[in-house]
Design a protein around this ligand. Structure first.
Ligand SMILES: CC(C)(COP(=O)(O)OP(=O)(O)OC[C@H]1O[C@@H](n2cnc3c(N)ncnc32)[C@H](O)[C@@H]1OP(=O)(O)O)[C@@H](O)C(=O)NCCC(=O)NCCS
Length: 323
């Protein structure tokens, strides 16, 4: 068996391997065409290594080092992100993981992590028999998969568990008890409205309080667009105390948003319930057929999503190994 870096010539074989194994995890990663495969594993600066036996590819492993950092991040404190390891058999998988560990060591990384924080996002899907619900970012290693056992054999630990959830939006309307919460909040001067950059202020303080650097970046990037996407905000006298967004409808019918969060000083009053219910209402109005999200199993947001009717369609392990 030999290892070498994947090149464009390998794509048809690698794609066949991907499409043969993408369902091994119990719920499928999305089928990929050549263009999507190249942009996920070759053209984006990923280090993708293949293993071959007798000229036939039997597996590949793709990893990525960040080059653009959020506030507080740098090369030293970000891991080598492990995007995928996929192999026909254990021997090929073992070789690929050993190789990526020595690579991480050689480039001075302190850890390797398979996590939703990886900028390279793998699309995957959930299904309930009535529909297929896509999500743009598999948030770790599918729980119970061959990939998980492979990483455990090589000293990776499960750091946290993530739940992928789906919710069909047909016929969605804001539930009456949410309207009641809105009324009660309104009596306290709190409203949920569309963000107006002239009128509303406080995003920075909100993200400082939440340590929400990804959200800060997304909201800033959105604000620089010629036509920014809408963002819902919870406000108290024009001070932003929570948000849900930015909001868009993907081509596959999925309602997309980046985050929902409430300032710690204003939590436990029903603000997230109103924000999230309104978000689903906007999704419905802009033609989205469903919403899919993921969250940490320990996050109170899971209770919120499940109480609205979201169902779990897949579970993922965030896995890490120190070098
Ligand atoms: C999760 C979060 C958005 C909830 O905001 P919130 O305004 O406090 O939530 P609400 O008051 O609307 O509560 C919604 C439900 O969650 C429950 N809940 C909220 N926070 C909770 C907590 N810390 N512990 C237990 N339950 C909690 C509430 O009891 C409520 O359920 P109920 O109506 O059945 O009583 C908020 O904690 C937050 O911003 N966290 C950090 C950001 C984050 O993790 N966002 C989610 C990313 S997936």
């Amino acid at each position: 068996m030999t290892l070498s870096e994947m090149t464009h010539r390998d794509v048809p074989q690698a794609l066949a391997l991907w499409n043969a194994h993408r369902g091994d995890v119990g719920f499928p990663y999305d089928e990929l065409g050549e263009k999507a495969f190249r942009s996920l594993f070759i053209d984006n600066g990923s280090r993708t290594v293949k293993v071959e036996e007798g000229g036939i590819m039997t597996g590949f492993c793709s990893a990525y080092s960040k080059t653009e950092y959020l506030n507080g991040e740098d090369y030293d404190n970000t891991p080598l992100y492990l995007t995928i390891t996929l192999a026909d058999d254990d021997e090929a998988g073992d070789m690929l993981v050993e190789d990526v560990v020595s690579y991480a060591r050689s480039v001075g990384k302190r850890s390797i992590a398979a996590t939703y924080r990886n900028p390279v996002m793998l699309p995957w899907s959930m299904s309930d028999g009535n529909g297929v619900y896509h999500h743009n970012n598999a948030p770790g290693v599918p729980v119970g998969s061959i990939w998980q056992s492979l990483l455990e054999r090589h000293g990776f630990d499960v750091c946290r568990l993530e739940c992928g959830l789906y919710y069909p939006l047909a016929g969605y309307s804001i539930p009456p008890h949410v309207l009641d919460i809105e009324k009660a909040l309104s009596a306290d001067g709190i409203g949920v409205v569309m963000y107006d950059r002239i009128r509303h202020h406080g995003f920075d303080e909100l993200f400082d309080a939440l340590h929400g650097e990804v959200w800060r970046r997304t909201i800033e990037d959105n604000g620089r667009l010629a036509s920014p996407l809408p963002v819902l905000v919870a406000v108290h006298d024009d001070l932003i105390i929570g948000f849900a967004g930015p909001i868009a409808c993907e081509e596959n019918g999925r309602g997309w948003f980046n985050g929902v969060a409430v300032h710690p000083d204003w939590q436990r009053r029903g603000i997230a319930r109103v924000l999230f219910s309104r978000l689903l209402g906007v999704f419905h109005d802009i033609g989205a057929g469903y919403s899919t999200i993921f969250t940490d199993e320990g996050n109170p947001a899971l209770h919120l999503y499940e109480s609205i009717g979201f169902r779990t369609g897949g579970r993922f392990a965030v896995m890490e190994r120190m070098i």
